[in-house]
Every structure is written in structure tokens, then in C-alpha cells.
Design a protein around this ligand. Sequence first.
Ligand code: APR
Ligand code: ZN
Length: 251
Amino acid sequence: MSESKINEAAEIINNSENIVVFSGAGISTESGIPDFRSEGGIWSKYDLSYHGNYYVFLENPKPFWTMHNELTDQLENAEPNEAHKSIAELEKMGKVKAVITQNVDMLHQRAGSGKYKNIPIYELHGSYKKLECIKCGKEYELDEVDTKNVEYPVCDKCSGFIKPKVILFGESLPLGVLNAALNAVRKANCLIMVGSSLLVSPANSVPLIAKESGSKIIFINNESTIMDDLADIVLQGKAGEIFTELMKKIK
Ligand code: APR
Ligand code: ZN
């Protein structure tokens, strides 16, 4: 990681008081949660178009729960890493005004984001801890439901299928959350994209919106993305390590 690029990015962050952070699965790999498309990622183990498909779930929830039970163990054992903690610190400093994430792991909240200045955390794909019956709508917390000793959990009120409130393939994103998140990007003067391959929508529209509104754009990723040309600065490397270096220069 070049020192001059870290200095340039730190300069932009020091001069910004309305930063929006957009995080993808790559921000959590250093916390032990695999991302989707890297080597060893979730796609290499599960065909998400089957295991993560809403219409398959409606017919038979078992393939989803088989995958979900394995991932839940990783989610439950994960701890926020330096990237999550730095983003929470930047909120405390009054710089980060919103976090948008495609992740369902709640590591931003566990790192303190949302606690210091009550900023919004827009979870575009929901969070794994909240579940609901898809028939009667009864809500459940993950720890109230036995998901391991059954083929799949059913509602104790109506025997409908219970599903985590995460967005599966074939489901639409929560429009209210998405619109609020995109408005936050429009109002920002700096966008930091962390750990997203920018291969899915709406992630891949966010940098374009930021560009149109004249924001500075910083990409943090351990590989190049198809949208790198849009960024003012691309910091290539591990998010935890990059944020550790950045925070040394941010006052
Ligand atoms: N530091 C920085 N970048 C990283 C790290 C790391 N430690 N680890 C992985 N990355 C990068 C990868 O190189 C990749 O570019 O993070 C990106 C992760 O990309 P994806 O796995 O495609 O995850 P994401 O962009 O969040 O898209 C995932 O797609 O399959 C759907 O709904 C699913 O939410 C999911 C979305
Ligand atoms: Zn029910």
C-alpha cells in the first residue's frame, strides 16, 4: 500500500464532514466470514441461485437452512475487525454520517456504528438475527428458534415456514431503506466503498450517484473492480490494514 495514496485518502477524509461508507462482504472476511466471489467464498460452496433462492425456499426451506446453519456459526463467532472499528471511530469524530451495507452480519453495529452519533445503518439485505413467519408474519429472534435439530423451523402459531429477514435471490430490496440510503449518498461529500466487487445492484449504482453529486470517492478493495476509474483514490489491500494506516493520519 503506497504511503502517498494513504496520505491522499487521509487528506480527503480530514476535509470531509459528510462521509457515507458502503460496505460489501469483503469488509468482513478478516472477521472470518467468507465473502461471495473470492476464492473459497460462499459461491464456491453453495449454488446461491438454489440455496439462496426465494422461490426454492417457498417450496422447500431445507436447502436454505442447510447453508444458513453453517454460515450462522461463522456469523455468531465473528468479531468486528479494524475496518468496522475505524468506521465507528469516524462516526464518533463527526465525519461518517451514514453506513450502507449489503452484509447481514451486524458487525458495524457491534463495532459501535450507530451508537456514537445515532447515524443510520442501511442494511440493504437485512440482518441474520431477525426472523419472521412468511405466512402469518410473526417475528422471532434467531436465538428463540431451534434451526439445528429440525429440517427447517416452522412457526409455533400457524406452522408456516420461518425465514430470516435477509433478502434472497428473487426478493426485492426494502425500497424505503434503499431510497434513504441513496439519498444519503447524494447528500454526502465523500463516499468510501469497502469490500464490494460492485457486481450486484444497487452497489454498482452507488459510485455513479456519488460522482454525479460531486463527491470525492475512495475505493478500498484487495483487488481491482470494474469501476475503479470512477474513484479519486483506489487503495488496494486488506480493509483492516488500510483503515489502520488511514486512522494514524486522521485527526
Ligand atoms: N479487504 C478488502 N477487500 C476484500 C477483502 C479484504 N479483506 N476480502 C475480500 N475483498 C473484496 C473481494 O476482492 C471482492 O472484490 O471484497 C469483494 C467482495 O465481493 P463479493 O464477494 O462479490 O461481495 P459483495 O460485493 O458484497 O456482493 C455480495 O452479491 O451474491 C450477492 O446478495 C449477495 O450480498 C451479496 C452480494
Ligand atoms: Zn406463522
